[in-house]
Design a protein around this ligand. Sequence first.
Ligand SMILES: NC(=O)N[C@H]1NC(=O)NC1=O
Ligand SMILES: [Zn+2]
Ligand SMILES: [Zn+2]
Length: 514
Amino acid sequence: MELGDLLRPLLRGWTIPLLLFTVGYTLVYLPQIEKELDEGCSLLPDTHFVLYSKRVVTTQGIGPYSVEVEGERIVSVTKRSEAPKSLPGKPRVLDYGNAVIMPGLIDTHVHLNEPGRVEWEGFLTGTMAAAAGGITAVVDMPLNSRPTITTKEHLENKIKASKGKIFIDVGFWGGLVPEYAHNATVLEDLLDAGALGLKSFMCPSGINDFPATTAKDIQASLPVLAKYGRPILVHQEVVDPPADPAHLMQGEPVSNARSYQRYLNSRPISWETEAVRQLMEVAKDTRSGGVADGAHVHVVHLSDATNTLSIIKEAKAEGSSVTVETCAHYLAFAAEDIPEGATQYKCAPPIRDSRNRELLWKALLDGEIDMITSDHSPSTIDLKLLEEGDFLKAWGGISGIQFSLPATWTHGSARGMSIEQMSNWWSAAPAKLANLPRKGTLEFGKDADIVVWDPEASFVIDGHYPIYFKNKVTAYMGHKYSGKVITTFVRGRQVFEEGLHSPKACGSPIHPVV
Ligand SMILES: NC(=O)N[C@H]1NC(=O)NC1=O
Ligand SMILES: [Zn+2]
Ligand SMILES: [Zn+2]
């Protein structure tokens, strides 16, 4: 008698119980485990629910819609004049009345600084602030974490460090530095490891381990990026003319260092214009049939709209694959209003005068600037030198990720911006830049990344206002804004509601679509 013959009668009696066990395990027990894993990820117990309001931003326009969410996705977007009824056995209906329901904001320019400079910021605090500001995804810059993210190993290490610490989804830009700019293998490894694109500086970055690239270095990276269809983002300042060394952190003490105008003069418009001129020259390679057809050049944080923008406009018109962002702080503040010694307003390129601010707004409304970011670039409070108020030596970087939505709305609505335009600059356009096809709009099948906010509610950011980023120094302090975030959903999980975050941080690292 063989073993099989022995087992056969045994198995015969066991077949049905075994089958039942397997089916039960798969249908009941496994989902239970998944649910437990997910427990604490959402403030809402439901995994199937409907959001309703009179002002939902859809691809068909803004109006009364219900948005049905099941699991991590949007499963329907339906126009209807009244909220559906909450009935037993049916998905719960969350009726937000006249509030705005909009795709979550995507901020493609943030410095979370972890690992390495966690005293400046970190995954946990940075993404808590983002969630409270209605941001559902960010793309993190390769600096100022330490080490900077210039190799595959560094990126893998960073992705590991984010585990269990992100409340929203986080993608990563890799860093382009002179050392590897001409080394296709290192760049390909970095892109294979998950960098959504590359980022480089055309001037000193403020930290020693992220040196500046020349236009030639950038040009060398473009064919590699073309192969992957990914962008390079460039900090568009070159030290030209090199007349004033005062902006350098280690410079000799100079008189008038508390004067904002003094700082502004130290980083003239010509720095931006010349960098963009050089950059648009190499961006010609991205044109159809060019050696870098498939790559894309993105100008970050445009501050100057007087001389620089026309060069970008021309490059676009001539067929180069180019986009440009500006930041919420350039749209919210003006040099004339910055008090002496108020280094919380120091950033690079600098905030310019109010006439320039109006030109930035005009360029956005005319479609010449593609999108907005926060360039949330915090440091420890001591590096801001608030007591000395020394603009020349203080860390250059504004913390503001939590206030991007209200600042943009307050200043934009005063200039005729619509909610849909804002949504385009803060969600659809950045989703396109980072190539996140599942994000950026409220549509069937997309990630349920959603912000609900009240455009009419206003508030003052004062000492009592809950600020979630680590070092609570911000240019937005003391200002009044309208546009209050009510709640934020990330892939169907309610991660923030009225001052409360979900108990667990269940955001995911974003991997490139291949
Ligand atoms: N290193 C760094 O984050 N620099 C940023 N800060 C800023 O104001 N502009 C920048 O590029
Ligand atoms: Zn920059
Ligand atoms: Zn930056």
